[in-house]
Design a protein around this ligand. Sequence first.
Ligand code: BTN
Length: 271
Amino acid sequence: MSTERLSWRMRHIEQELRTDWLGHPVTVLDQVDSTNRYAKQARLEMGARHGAVVWADQQTQGRGRLGKVWHSPAGQNIYLSILLEPPRTYLTGLQSLLAGIAVIRTVRALTGLDARMKWPNDGVIHGKKFCGILVEAGLQPSPWCVMGIGLNVFHGETIGIVHATSLQDEWSGVLSREDLVVHLLQVLEEVYATWMIEGNVWLTAEWAKYSATLGECVKVTRPGQDDVVGVAEAIDTDGALLVRADGHLHTVIAGEVSIRLADGRYAPDRF
Ligand code: BTN
């Protein structure tokens, strides 16, 4: 990205962002290995605090869940990390649901697309993944979390059986990554504020409204355990997926979910 474009992007954010604490500051980078790694280092070595945001045009070592690579080409998509320092009692793994709600509300508001969340933290449109969320958290020296959001805007690469899409693949209107980021940060600040007041019951109920998983026949693959095949009934207030199978309600804390398609096959576990 040219230097002019980079400074235009910074000015745009400063002028347009209407938030009290989120995105102050936004560090805009041309290229970085991983915005999550940068945000963690910024907290330790550069005094970054609650609400600091890192946004890169390209990642050379973008990281996905379960040690996977997050393909992060230049000039195409959004690679964003947000540093939060929530009260200790809120550091429960539910931050990825929070990010999911903000992403879905943003995409719906700006495009009208039927964007949804596949449990636990994949944004999908028409069954194809356009967004991934990677939350890292710790308690030292005080509670912190880095919420990494990868959002395919212009480029959704399909690798092997992994079906991906981008907003532009699904919608023919004009998209601006800058407007998407500004909107996303504003929505995220609102959702975070409501969560602090209403708590986890509200957060999980809100997430359920945007779910692509609940009510579907699913297959859950869990490391070192048998697959669970059944109906995804609900998520509990800890964010676990409750799956009815063989007359029992299974509580799934972690795993990969495949949703059964109309032809009876299960969609690949990684959209
Ligand atoms: C997944 O679905 O596996 C999660 C992908 C998360 C990707 C984002 S891009 C911004 C942030 N920086 C990273 O290295 N990863 C996250």
